[in-house]
Design a binder for this molecule. Structure first.
Ligand code: MRU
Length: 365
């Protein structure tokens, strides 16, 4: 996607300097910075401390982390150690394990002398595939928006609510939940996006930044506004992303997604979740019982970072000194609240049957 007229992916290999580069998302939307990741440690820190974030991008970054380590030391034990160190960075998004396992499966049978090149090629491939997959999610999701626009018959824009940032910054490009929005806007459909702020990390500000760069009309709202807007007929559709989807169609996404699904259900508003198949954990069925929910630092809740009126970035405390905070980063929306899953192979019901129909190769014996 474009930033000030230049095309960017969220992660890329810079041939000129032979380095992996990322957009350092810690400073967005206030400051656009890119940074090189040079060592396995850099990759660990970038994922753990959310310089990069979003399930598909975490997976792609981990693949480059393995490649950097293979260049330094291509032995079996080094591969195993890198797998474990990267796997430990964040617990919820399954794309991390998906990418690490894919690297291991490809590299272990190879002679050590071939591993560095093969690992780098695989990391590039994972990124290119992610871009194409997200483009396809947009292609299939576009039909959902088109149908609603048709029903509205010119009576105002299709109003889409989204939570967190499942945009191009959370993937390599396009985004998952945002890809249908980009496709619809580019096809000339009148859309308006309600962007949930998504406390405590305010990923909604990343979504607003993205949509603003593309000229898509949107409004930034506090997390508690969605239910009210739905009750008053101001939301036509909800689309979110997911960090892990079970084989039975439960979706685990940023904290607060479940409440949006409940409100959408109560108001008969379609609630879709967009995802690449790398986000499906085929080994589990019950998201509430089986998905590990990341508990992040209480500092994220007690403090907030933003731009002062003078333009400086500053962190301030928002709660009384000494207050304890809880910070679960994700929640699970049961499949019964999900209207459909938008994937790279089409739209499926949020069910085992629906997913297996689209992805028959994953059916277990
Ligand atoms: O904690 P984050 O910012 O990594 O969480 C990101 C999300 O919850 C996204 O909605 C999810 O990864 C889907 S991204 C396409």
């Amino acid at each position: 996607m474009k930033v000030e007229g230049l095309s960017y992916r969220s992660i890329w290999f810079d041939q000129k300097v032979n380095q992996v580069k990322i957009i350092d998302q810690r400073w967005l939307p206030h400051r656009f910075d890119t940074v090189s990741l040079l060592s396995l440690k850099d990759f660990q820190v970038a994922i753990r401390d959310m310089w990069v974030r979003g399930a598909p991008l975490i997976g792609a970054t981990a693949a480059y982390g393995i490649a950097i380590q293979m260049k330094k030391n291509p032995s079996d034990s080094s591969l195993e150690e890198a797998w474990h160190l990267l796997y430990a960075t964040r617990p919820t998004a399954i794309n991390l394990k998906w990418a690490l396992d894919r690297c291991k499966t490809k590299l272990l049978p190879l002679p050590e002398c071939d591993r560095s090149t093969a690992a780098m090629e695989l990391a590039h491939k994972i990124c290119d595939e992610d871009v194409e997959i997200n483009r396809l999610i947009g292609y299939y999701g576009l039909d959902i928006i088109k149908d609603i626009a048709k029903k509205k018959n010119g009576k105002g824009p299709v109003r889409i609510l989204t939570h967190c940032n499942a945009g191009w910054l959370a993937t390599v490009d396009w985004g998952t939940a945002t890809s249908p929005m980009y496709h619809a806007f580019d096809a000339g459909i009148d859309i308006h996006v309600w962007v949930d702020e998504t406390r405590p990390r305010n990923q909604g500000s990343l979504t607003s930044w993205e949509l603003g760069n593309h000229g898509i009309p949107h409004q930034y709202i506090v997390d508690n506004a969605g239910g009210h807007l739905m009750q008053h007929g101001l939301v036509d559709l909800v689309i979110t992303g997911t960090d892990r989807t079970t084989a039975a169609g439960d979706v685990c996404n940023k904290i607060g997604t479940y409440l949006k699904a409940l409100a959408a259900n109560d108001n008969s508003i379609p609630f879709y979740v967009a995802l690449p198949s790398s986000t499906i954990d085929w080994t589990i069925n019950n998201g509430i019982l089986e998905i590990p929910i990341e508990e992040r630092s209480e500092d994220e809740v007690l403090r907030i970072t933003g731009k002062t009126l003078k333009g400086d970035l500053e962190t301030i405390q928002v709660s009384p000194s000494g207050t304890k905070a809880g910070n679960p980063a994700f929640d699970v929306t049961p499949s019964r609240l999900v209207t459909g899953l938008i994937t790279e192979r089409g739209v499926s019901s949020a069910s085992k049957k629906g997913l297996e129909k689209l992805f028959p190769e994953f059916i277990r014996g």
